[in-house]
Design a protein around this ligand. Sequence first.
Ligand SMILES: [Zn+2]
Length: 507
Amino acid sequence: MKKLIVCACALISVSCTQKVLVSGSYELCPEPRSVELSEGSLVFRPGKVSEKLDTTLGKGLEPFQKEECYSIEVGKRGVVLSAASQTGLLRARQTLEKALPPRLEKGEVATLPYARVFDYPEFAYRAFMLDCARHFFPVETVKEVIDIMALHQLNYFHWHLTEDQGWRIEISKYPRLTEVGSIRAGDPVPGKEGHDEVQRGGFYTKDDVREIVAYAASKGIEVIPEIDLPGHMLAALASYPELGCTGGPYEVACQWGVLDDVLCAGKEGTLQFVKDVLEEVMDLFPSKYIHIGGDECPKVRWEKCPDCQAKKRALGLKADGHKTREELLQSWFMDQVSAFIEAHGRRCIAWNDPLVDWSNDVVGAPSKNTVIAGWMRPVSSEIAVKEGYDAVICPCGHLYLSAWEGNILKGEAYLRRVFDLNVHPETLSAEEQERVLGVEACLWTERVSERDSLLWRMLPRMSAVSELQWSDPERRDFEAFLPRLSRMQDIYSERGWTWNMAAELPE
Ligand SMILES: [Zn+2]
């Protein structure tokens, strides 16, 4: 891979001192829509950057594209950033910052080629999900992840905060969620029964959450909290056993996978618990979206639970085609939750499980206003759209950056798994395509407990993710992507971010 950028251009005399000019570049990820270069370059001085709001910019674009649309003009008199909104100006600043040389040695000055950059995103929803429940990451690491997102012009941070293996957010009304639910006795040891004896824990206080929400907002990123329900709730059950079908006792999970004990859908107290938690969550997060999980909820406890069975009878749920009565009970439960969230003026996102399964069969009918995150297969989000839902594309085979054993790819194949995903499937009409809100990459952390291995999984694949989310799909070309990637790798290195071209697990 050739390094295109950062070459000493010429020696000139600036302020009576010999200076070396180092040229910046607009070869970036995500690739801007349009870059028109002209002859010459500007010796860059921060004081020579001016900004202007121009509401006519991006006329004719979709509203969200106009909101984030910007232009950068680099000419003899300096740099002018223009946008139709403050968010657009922020995106312009983010692009300008990374267009400058990643580093300058003593005696070097930055230059920028004369150019007009005009840019706007392909999708309104450009997200990254971090699982802070399987392993807890300190506030500083979460902020670093947000920095990486900002560099790639993402706008939603999906924060996975609750799991079988740990509850990570302070809830005043239910203190045991963090006193008990945030700590587990150990982690599984690969190839062996049981777990190690290293206690793992950690949670975010309300002040931590406010700090992260504000930090993300300063970078044009909204934080979407996820309270995963009714499955993946063992940490909550361990804290409050009356929330489960059997009443426990339960322990915070020390193994991975899908576990049978879930929230009881029949007991009134369970729904009240969920509403109380979400009330505090919505107080902390001003986000438009609230993620309510809905994935991987086994029904074995519900099938034997007198409360769940009584609830099914009371609701008159009848098996219907592929939909079992327990699946309909999950739909009912999630509908109660989404109605509560919508009554607060927010919108729910759920994983595709309550709607469509691994066989691509439609198994339920979540509330129509729920956004469906299609994680199982590339076709899951297409099915959601065909069923009349708004959808997010996040298929695990392409956009789960977790990298686990058995999923090892190297070099280009590793990147192409992300880059080659078709986010504009031909099976969707133009009208249906509009219901695809965007694209999300997810990082699950069963096997990630350290900052370095976390960043190492994100990078450099976030460059490819960002092109799916932002750049012009008509121009998608892997060979043309590689020089831009090389430039981004320089930036990663300069910022102290570990990156790797293979998906093998580091020791
Ligand atoms: Zn039950």
